[in-house]
Design a protein around this ligand. Structure first.
Ligand code: FES
Ligand SMILES: [Fe+2]
Length: 457
């Protein structure tokens, strides 16, 4: 079921709940009480991306996912299908466990690595489990422990629900939560044509931002800021010379909190006085130099080839896609068919945002940094559908934390704004943040869904 941004929610009763969707209480971004509520009522009950399938390509590989004070190990428990890439493994080949030994709770893994010999071994006293979480060895068990302490079921590693979609592994700490397929149903149908599942990581970086996790991601949930914040994308056009209606389409907001933007109906270039072809070319260039992710060398190569030819303006964009598909076919790149409905950006509740390009995607994950409401871990994955000869890519390495000043320009511009916003939001005269239902519908939908979680008993 989908909602329109205008539909009111029942008024929630917790502190700093949203009464009017056009006004977001400022304390939601810095109050320790509000962060505590999220820690208690949101994060332990919601599906969230723990890692990419590529992070655990071989049986025994694990990666740690941390949220608030919880540490979860995602483990490749069984073989992927014969000759298949990481996507071929079903969710049943992957397990997630609380990262704690059943003896005296020592963490069993740190960061990422491999449990060699398909055994998880506690570094403290050597208790062991197989990858399925079953206890296989307790040192000096008979002399040291009563039979009740050695109950096999009780010694199992404590599990967390797992699901996979789009090349990503999701976890949910709530054993009662409905399955991932049900949770993602509406948004997955919309996004599947983009072929997330065939994309592989080109780079993966993170930054620690001194702002609330919601604030960081909200810079990527609307395009209203482009005119002022990103001169390379607005191409110097200011105010009414920047035609926002040619940039912002409509939004589809789902009850589960997910949302995506649809392409604008206006066929004008967003910059007045500029042809659509010129805008398209400069936009690609700006995103190539400014993100190194949405547009990549591949598209710039195709575009440059066309620029060497004398192509009339009105034919340039269709010719670009024709040439891109021809290039992809030649290079064995299985690009999905051109999609019309899902171009634009999207959001999977509560904290995953993405900006699809041409068989590429920028994926953002924002989460609290421990329990501090004014610090977040913000990650970016640049992903792309690889060519046929690329082979299986290396296990991705997380870079960083990369200081704000070392990110490509467009990220820098966004990061600086949210840092400034966090500074401002504590101002004694600031009670609330004003939202546009037209342009900031995805932000409103996210807050509204958070309130639904926080309002539960
Ligand atoms: S704490 Fe793990 S074996 Fe003792
Ligand atoms: Fe931005």
């Amino acid at each position: 079921m989908s909602l329109t941004p205008e539909q009111p929610e029942a008024v929630a009763s917790h502190p700093y709940a949203i009464a009017d969707p056009k006004r977001v209480p400022a304390q939601r971004y810095y109050s320790a009480d509000f962060a505590r509520l999220e820690k208690e009522k949101l994060w332990p009950h919601v599906w969230q991306v723990a890692c990419r399938l590529e992070d655990i390509p071989e049986v025994g590989d694990y990666i740690e996912y941390e949220i608030n004070d919880q540490s979860i190990l995602v483990v490749r428990e069984s073989e992927p299908g014969p000759g298949a890439g990481p996507e071929a493994a079903s969710a049943s080949g992957i397990k997630a466990y609380y990262n704690a030994c059943r003896h005296r709770a020592t963490a069993l893994g740190n960061g990422s690595g491999t449990f060699h010999g398909r055994q998880i071994v506690c570094p403290y006293h050597g208790w062991r489990w197989d990858l399925n979480g079953e206890s296989t060895y307790v040192f000096a068990s008979e002399r040291g422990f009563t039979p009740a302490c050695l109950d096999k079921e009780n010694l199992r590693l404590r599990e967390v629900q797992v699901g996979t979609w789009g090349g990503m592994v999701f976890v949910n700490m709530d054993p009662q939560a409905p399955p991932l397929e049900q949770y993602l149903d509406g948004i997955a149908k919309v996004l599947d044509p983009i072929a997330f599942d065939r994309m592989r990581v080109r780079w993966w970086r993170h930054v620690i931002l001194p702002c609330n996790w919601k604030m960081a991601q909200e810079a990527f949930l609307e395009a209203y800021h482009i005119m002022q914040a990103h001169p390379s994308l607005s191409m110097g056009a200011a105010d009414d010379d920047y035609n926002l209606e040619a940039t912002v389409g409509s939004f589809e907001c789902f009850e589960e909190g997910h949302a995506h933007s649809r392409p604008p109906t206006s066929t004008e270039a967003p910059v007045k006085g500029m042809s659509r072809a010129d805008y398209f070319i400069q936009f690609n260039n700006a995103l190539y130099f400014g993100t190194d992710a949405f547009t990549t060398e591949r598209e710039i190569f195709v575009q440059q080839g066309l620029l060497e030819r004398d192509i009339p303006d009105e034919e340039f964009i269709p010719k670009f896609f024709e040439a891109l598909y021809a290039h992809a076919q030649g290079a064995g790149i299985p690009l999905p068919p051109p999609v019309t409905d899902t171009q634009g950006y999207g959001h999977i509740f509560p904290n995953l945002t993405f900006l699809p390009g041409y068989g590429t995607n920028i994926i953002y994950r924002s989460r609290p940094n421990g329990d501090d409401p004014e610090s977040c871990v913000f990650e970016v994955w640049a992903v792309q559908i690889p060519g046929a000869d690329a082979g299986e890519p290396e296990r991705p390495e997380l870079e960083g934390p990369v200081p704000v000043e070392e990110w490509p320009q467009i990220f820098r511009e966004d990061f600086r704004n949210v840092i400034g916003q966090q500074k401002g939001v504590r101002g004694a005269g600031i009670d609330d943040l004003i939202m546009s239902e037209r342009y900031e519908a995805m932000i409103i939908n996210n807050h509204r869904t958070i309130d639904r979680y926080l309002g539960r008993d």
